[in-house]
Ligand binder design. Structure first.
Ligand code: DSN
Length: 413
């Protein structure tokens, strides 16, 4: 950062502090990961400069030969990795990708059936605070109240009554595998398009350690910075027949110029995802999540859905007389980074999240394994159950630092 240190020492100091924070805290944010250093080099590369509109070979500005090559590479690599007929790598985010899919084949006001937010769905699946709910008529399905798994019978009966033009499956906080084949059957019965939002699980799918929605869905969207371990931004996969409509829906429909540096980073991670190192991290991410959930269960915490089959563990704190906000703050004070999360019991309208969502992607990228998961569960439990004891919290933060030093993120590279 030799230029930044000279030109804006204040920002440079914040970059340094953020690097310290990353190294010295345990990151259990399910929506984050540690991308390879090359991703940072690409994101900060000369590709920041180029303005592009349109698609390779049909741009609205001159000078796009390298940008065209980068975008073609990203598309070809994603097609090969996910077995998709069509790929769009331009969306700035998962929400942009979802919005473009909605507008590609639907008219404003059309009906969409999606999972509700407290049950695991995402804001862009028609939450009232999202513009998606103002553009389309959403209804929401939830989880079975007993098992907290998707109730496909309920989805079918809602679909038959509501007659949506699109069904959305996939979630921000649902740790179970989804039966895409059954969802496709339901969508087929009511002649609805099927969109899978695999933002959280894309890396696991790319590594083939969990099933892929691609063969069963008309559209699949995802972001590259969660389990996918890339830079920022979203991606759309689809069947070739929707390509023209999707192209137009992304640009000029929902976005103007797209970010060539982010597209180059997508191309990079799609290649990395075929390598053994990437697959090993994804395997370890899954195994670590199972171990983390089991460690909490042994301590009598209730795990939402009764366990996990992905990178997420969602812990119900209400059963221990705690709430998500307080736990998140207490944990941050000792260097454990998590996020409070609504869980199905909050659907009744308590207004406050009574869970925390934990993800094992970043810890696994650091090389941690099952024994660290058990230790981290102990530390989380010690912090939130003894939040009123400065000595107990101090003891936890010292151990957090110890683990962090043992498993550097970038420091040793
Ligand atoms: N969708 C948000 C989350 O799951 O935390 C951000 O990626």
């Amino acid at each position: 950062m030799k230029y930044l240190r000279k030109d804006d020492p204040e920002i440079a100091a914040l970059v340094d502090r953020e690097e310290e924070r990353i190294e010295n805290t345990l990151n259990l944010i399910a929506a984050e990961n540690y991308p390879p250093r090359s991703i940072m080099e690409i994101m900060g590369s000369i590709f920041n400069i180029k303005t592009i509109e349109g698609y390779p070979g049909r741009r609205f500005h001159a000078g796009c030969s390298c940008a065209d090559a980068v975008e073609r590479l990203a598309v070809e690599r994603a097609k090969a990795l996910f077995g998709a007929g069509y790929v769009n790598v331009q969306p700035h985010s998962g929400t942009s990708a979802n919005l473009a899919v909605y507008f590609s084949v639907l008219e404003a006001g059309d009906r969409i059936l999606a999972m509700s937010l407290p049950h695991g769905g995402h804001l862009s699946h028609g939450h009232r605070a999202s513009i998606t709910s103002k553009c389309f008529d959403f209804r929401h399905y939830g989880l079975d109240p007993e098992t907290e798994h998707i109730d496909y019978g309920e989805v079918r009966s809602l679909a038959q009554r509501f007659k949506p033009k699109m069904i959305v499956v996939g979630a921000s906080s649902y740790p179970r595998l989804i039966d895409y084949r059954e969802m496709a059957r339901i969508a087929g019965e009511v002649s609805a398009y099927l969109l899978a939002d695999m933002a959280h699980i894309a890396g696991l799918v790319a590594a083939r350690v969990i099933p892929s929605p691609v063969p069963h869905c008309d559209f699949v969207t995802f972001t590259v910075y969660k389990t996918m371990m890339g830079g920022r931004g979203g991606v759309i996969l689809s069947r070739g027949k929707y390509g023209r409509r999707l192209d137009t829906a992304v640009f000029p429909g929902c976005q103007g110029t797209s970010a060539v540096n982010a597209i180059a980073a997508k191309a990079f991670i799609f290649r990395q995802a075929g390598q053994p190192d990437f697959v090993n991290v994804q395997r370890s991410t899954l195994e670590n999540a199972v171990q983390l959930a089991a460690a909490f269960e042994r301590k009598n915490y209730r795990i939402v859905t009764g366990g996990t089959q992905t990178h997420q563990v969602i812990v119900d704190l209400a059963s221990r007389g705690l709430d998500g906000n307080t736990a998140e703050q207490t944990l941050e004070s000792v260097g454990i980074i998590t996020n409070r999360n609504f869980i199905p019991r909050d659907a009744a309208g308590s207004g406050k999240p009574s869970g925390i969502r934990l993800g094992t992607g970043a810890l696994s990228a650091r090389g941690m394994g099952p024994s660290e998961m058990v230790r981290i569960a102990d530390l989380i439990d010690a912090a939130i159950s003894r939040a009123d004891s400065p000595e107990a919290l101090h003891h936890v933060s010292r151990q957090v630092l110890e683990i962090c030093v043992q498993f550097p993120v970038y420091r040793s590279q």
